[in-house]
Design a protein around this ligand. Structure first.
Ligand code: GAL
Ligand code: ZN
Length: 661
């Protein structure tokens, strides 16, 4: 199987989305000149070029792309060539309205933006296959081609009649009979029993709360339907070029795609990362996405897109202060990225993204943004031979599963205040602040390689996952679980008793009587800290250690955090310092140590291969004491020797090789 290393060949890929069709050809010469200056060795071409490549049904205009492929190759820039299928030309919707998505209300989603396609439409799929086939035939042998980029951020939803038929086929494959579906969906409730497949529709707008299992299956189906589109295009390009790796770019923590399942269908896992430059924990977000993507890739991964400056889709769009682009780029490399790319190369002058930054911003080549881009390019060129391909080990796994997230998204849950991604982020932040090497895993993965496993929240757990967790603890692992975990089975059927009985036994919980969710901003006093979001009326089994009890409210005196041996249960969301401290205690018992102990706040250390990355996410300079035993160190970016104390400027980074390694 081809892999990222076939495209990187010992380098770190550096570059970005290149949309030259937005510019006169004279600009192209300037582009390649600046690419060379910046050390760009890879561009992603053709992501939104469908209307240019196929100006009318069946027509082909490849001349401009031929010239670009040759030009880029002549300048040593490799091409990640995209299939243009994320944005069908207007003629498609106009001639084939059935390719346009319908929303939950049955309203048409029109052309004039992008992504206006229905994943279930045979017409869309046929046109997508044809242009993919012709691109692969024409450029499969071109020396500039290094990778295929299928579509872009698959994220569409559709509730149309074609989708309804497709959904029924998917359901028939899952359940076999309508009776089995009725059973799984609990349709005895509210007279929802189906008598025949034809009666089943996507969960369209309805009078009141819709069937939760139907909604869960529709999310599963939609992810699978999009995956079919991806796989169809992948199979076409792979037939032409079996040795060229294939990817599609994820949005991190995107609700619409089960990225564990998708990653297994890709040669390269790539992701688009846009931390808010104003977020004081933007570095933690970047770290979390890196940990997640590396875990999906099970090795080196690719930053397909990030922004060199501001984006233009937030309410208020902040630029990156000097140094932040470099810091986040090197942080991704530290966490296993072998490609650091941007949306986009040259900032547009027209269209909806004209105020979104580019590597070459409107300020031009003399601007600060481009100067920083050049510095990053030069440093990555130096780092490539030292680090490309190297792995990052993790002691701790954070469990995450899209199906659990989806099931918890239904109307009619005990609280609307519980936002799954925020809960996961809070737990990851505690690990990050403690300086542990963490990764992500699916609840059914083999967990035996981790010293500690944390479950921020997995509302839905399959039987296999429950057994996996119990087996992990029985095998000597340390498990720390947050609230609202193990509540429902695979069909979103509640496991009575508040939590699967096997988990209750594991954590030493005798009864879980009621959930007591907290209002927005409300806290509950516990021993030594405040809990947020949630609390629970629990009774511990004899022999269970009550680590902390509730001290206020209706639950005063009852256990808040309890522990049986190596299995910990946290029935609220402790405020950040307390969660950090709690996970610190569990980790110490599990033999998990920070990568480098005693670092100042907002300074992160990551070990990749033989290199130690030390990153200052703070906005003021810091002095970092490095362990003497491993020194003196050599900074591979500057060549300088570092002994004892390391000075880091605001957003500063040092990449160190330890003595004797
Ligand atoms: C991504 C997308 C790019 C561009 C970018 C702007 O979601 O793939 O095409 O729109 O966002 O931040
Ligand atoms: Zn549709």
């Amino acid at each position: 199987m081809p892999a990222l290393r076939d495209a990187t060949r010992g380098r770190i890929l550096f570059g970005g989305d290149y949309n030259p069709e937005q510019w006169p050809e004279e600009t192209w010469a300037d582009d390649v000149r600046l690419m060379k200056e910046a050390g760009v060795n890879s561009v992603t071409l053709g992501v939104f070029s469908w209307a240019r490549l196929e100006p009318r049904p069946g027509a082909r205009d490849f001349g401009w792309l031929d010239r670009l492929m040759d030009l880029l190759h002549a300048h040593g820039v490799g091409v990640v060539l995209a299939t243009p299928t994320a944005s069908p030309p207007p003629w498609m919707g106009s001639r084939h309205p059935e390719t346009l998505p319908r929303d939950e209300h049955g309203q048409t989603v029109w052309w004039g933006s992008r992504q206006q396609f229905c994943a279930s439409s045979p017409t869309y799929r046929a046109y997508a296959a044809a242009i993919t086939e012709d691109l692969a035939a024409r450029y499969g042998g071109h020396p500039a081609l290094t990778m295929w980029h299928i579509n872009n951020e698959y994220c569409t939803h559709c509730w149309c009649d074609e989708t309804a038929r497709h959904f029924r086929r998917w359901l028939a494959a899952r359940y076999g009979t309508v009776e089995a579906l009725n059973e799984a969906w609990g349709t005895a409730f509210w007279s929802q029993r189906y008598d025949a497949w034809d009666e089943i529709i996507p969960p369209r707008r309805a009078q009141y709360m819709r069937n939760p299992a139907q909604q869960l299956d529709f999310r599963r189906f939609t992810s699978d339907a999009l995956l079919e589109c991806y796989a169809a295009e992948r199979d076409i390009v792979a037939r032409h070029t079996p040795l060229v790796p294939v990817t599609t770019n994820f949005m991190p923590f995107w609700v619409g795609q089960d990225a564990w399942a998708w990653a297994g269908q890709e040669d390269v896992v790539s992701v688009d990362i846009y931390p808010d430059p104003k977020d004081p924990f933007g570095g933690q977000y970047n770290a979390m996405v890196g940990d997640m993507t590396r875990s999906q890739a099970n090795g080196p991964w690719m930053v397909m897109e990030q922004a060199a400056g501001p984006v233009n889709w937030r309410g208020v769009n902040h630029p990156k202060p000097p140094g932040l682009n470099r810091l986040l780029s090197l942080q991704s490399v530290a966490r296993g990225a072998d490609a650091v790319c941007y949306f986009q190369w040259r900032q547009s002058r027209q269209g909806a993204e004209k105020f979104h930054s580019g590597m070459v911003s409107h300020a031009g080549e003399e601007g600060r943004t481009f100067r920083e881009v050049k510095r990053i390019g030069a440093e990555l060129a130096r780092l490539g031979p030292e680090v490309a391909g190297a792995r990052v080990a993790a002691d701790v796994a954070v469990l995450h599963d899209w199906h659990a997230w989806w099931a918890g998204l239904q109307d009619g849950m005990p609280s609307r205040e519980v936002a799954y991604p925020e809960v996961v982020r809070a737990w990851h932040r505690a690990l990050w602040e403690n300086g542990y090497a963490a990764g992500f895993a699916h609840p059914e993965h083999d967990l035996s390689g981790y010293r500690m496993v944390v479950v921020p929240q997995l509302y839905l757990l399959t039987d296999a996952a429950v057994e996996n967790l119990a087996g992990y603890v029985a095998g000597g692992g340390t498990l720390v679980s947050g609230f609202l975990t193990g509540v429902a089975d695979e069909d979103d059927r509640v496991r009575t008793g508040g939590m699967d009985v096997r988990l209750r036994e594991l954590f030493g919980i005798r009864t879980l009587e009621e959930w007591w969710p907290l209002d927005k901003g409300e806290t509950v006093a516990c021993d030594g800290f405040d809990g947020t979001l949630w609390s629970e009326e629990l009774e511990a089994e004899g022999g269970t250690e009550v680590v902390a009890a509730y001290r206020g409210g209706e639950l005063a005196g009852l256990p808040a955090v309890l522990r049986r041996g190596r299995a910990w249960y946290v029935s609220t969301l402790p405020e950040p310092g307390a969660l950090r401290e709690l996970l610190g205690r569990a980790a110490a018992g599990a033999g998990v140590r920070p990568v480098v102990a005693g670092l100042p706040d907002l300074v992160e250390a990551v070990r990749r291969g033989e290199l130690l990355f030390v990153l200052n996410h703070g906005r003021v300079p810091v002095t970092v004491e490095l362990p003497d035993a491993a020194g003196p160190y050599r900074d591979v970016l500057t060549g300088a020797e570092v002994a004892g104390a390391l000075e880091l400027e605001r957003f500063g980074v040092a990449v160190l090789r330890e003595a004797g390694r």
